[in-house]
Design a protein around this ligand. Structure first.
Ligand SMILES: Nc1ncnc2c1ncn2[C@@H]1O[C@H](COP(=O)(O)OP(=O)(O)OP(=O)(O)O)[C@@H](O)[C@H]1O
Length: 407
């Protein structure tokens, strides 16, 4: 077995931005607000707790909806932003192509910009000399290199910036949504380059909304949702999950349009799905987890509920249950309560996902990203100086073994 060689380790990273809620010019209001504990800003928690590892040689895809925090994550990996919590460890020279135009100066020529950009990426003049022709060849901008950048079209600027990033000899290349760069011929060239890079053993991290690209280039992918890792693993599974998530709320919320999509017809059978956590979301292992769901069934069918609790850190199902043996009959408003507990677990962070299914198991409604409760279980019965108990509590299940020693 070969040892895993990690190029990028993202460890429990969390990041929030402060968004101003009100602007006040009045000293009095500012003082009163402060006295009342009103902050004047709210915290937008973009990344809540993100962990994953990128191995050397991986072509690693990062997926997520608009605003899910992918670019923020890339900026943390590239050390442009500092996370509030957690760490990122990098092994190798990292080259980022994240934000267009960063490090490019419109008053300098193409050539000068290549040298300046290269220097910002940490390359010496001699190193840039060695890669200069390659960069210009790839960008196909030979006759423009002595012109000022401000005279380039925006497509030409992108091509130059992209060529610097991919021709710079870094060990880890970070690319944010670049597959749409340039015209068709340039895109074909990028495609060839990605195929080559995939085989080269170098590490690439790619953010994209293009599921075709994920399946084609990546050997691993992660899906970010609600500031957490929703799925990680094979690019096919993760890309399919992303595609499913993107269509499901439309099917659920949209009017059935009679287009013959069986999912849409099925989803229209259940409406107004609501999930409400009744217990606190901070519990001890022995405390009950309780929730209520409400939904309207539009036709005279049988339904049942299926639920899962997923361990966010380990990304595995901890607990699943269903009411298959107690089918709910008929149309109308339905209210379901559920209670369980996980008395033998250690500290755990979980998300609760609930679905309504028909008697055949087809999903009719589910708790979408906006109503996925997080549940934290914490053991409060271990003394911090009890090294043995603390060590044993790092497993998923509380210890219950017995020792027998013989000399
Ligand atoms: N510097 C900042 N200050 C305040 N809020 C920010 C800042 N940067 C990002 N955000 C917010 O963080 C959230 C995540 O943004 P981010 O650009 O990381 O998402 P994304 O997944 O890359 O989106 P897209 O797919 O649209 O590129 C957004 O709501 C955005 O408004």
């Amino acid at each position: 077995m070969t040892d895993k060689q990690i190029a990028v380790k993202v460890d429990h990273v969390s990041k929030y931005f402060k968004l101003p809620t009100e602007a006040t010019n009045s000293l009095r209001t500012a003082l009163v607000n402060r006295f009342k504990g009103i902050k004047g800003y709210k915290e937008q928690h973009v990344l809540k707790d993100i962990s994953f590892e990128v191995e050397k040689g991986d072509f690693f895809g990062i997926l997520g909806r608009n605003g899910s925090g992918k670019s923020t994550l890339l900026k943390i990996i590239s050390e442009i932003y500092v996370p509030e919590k957690g760490t990122v460890t990098i092994d190798g020279k990292l080259v980022s192509f994240i934000e267009l135009g960063v490090g490019f100066n419109p008053e300098l020529t193409g050539r000068e910009n290549v040298y300046m950009n290269g220097a910002m990426l940490g390359f010496s003049t001699a190193e840039i000399d060695a890669m200069y022709d390659d960069i210009v060849d790839f960008a196909e901008l030979h006759e423009f290199m002595n012109q000022k950048l401000k005279n380039y079209s925006s497509g030409m600027q992108v091509r130059l910036a992209f060529s610097v990033a991919i021709k710079a000899q870094g060990d880890i290349l970070i690319l944010d949504e670049v597959l749409a760069v340039g015209d068709e011929a340039f895109q074909r060239k990028c495609n060839d380059y990605f195929q080559e890079r995939k085989k080269s053993g170098k590490t690439t991290i790619l953010v994209t909304h293009d599921m075709g690209a994920v399946k084609k280039y990546c050997n691993k992918a992660v899906l970010i949702e609600n500031g957490l890792v929703k799925a990680i693993g094979s690019p096919e599974n993760v890309a399919n999950q992303y595609s499913f998530d993107n269509t499901a709320p439309l099917q659920q919320g949209g009017e059935a349009n009679g287009a013959g999509n069986s999912n849409q017809e099925e989803n229209a059978l259940v409406e107004n799905f609501q999930l409400q956590l009744l217990s606190s979301n901070k519990l001890r292992p022995q405390d009950p987890i309780q929730f209520q769901i409400d939904f309207d069934v539009r036709e005279d069918i049988q339904t049942y509920i299926a639920l899962s609790l997923t361990d966010i850190d380990r990304n595995i199902w901890i607990y699943n249950d269903n009411s298959m043996n107690q089918l709910i009959s008929g149309a109308g408003h339905k209210t379901v309560h559920y209670t369980c507990s996980l008395p033998t677990v250690n500290d755990l962070k979980m998300k609760l996902e609930v679905t309504v299914r028909d008697a055949e198991g087809q999903m009719l409604a589910f708790s979408d990203a906006t109503q996925t409760p997080l549940i934290f279980i914490n053991r409060d019965d271990i003394a911090l100086d009890d090294k043995s108990a603390m060590d044993a509590a790092s497993g998923l299940i509380q210890r219950n073994g017995t020792w027998s020693m013989t000399d």
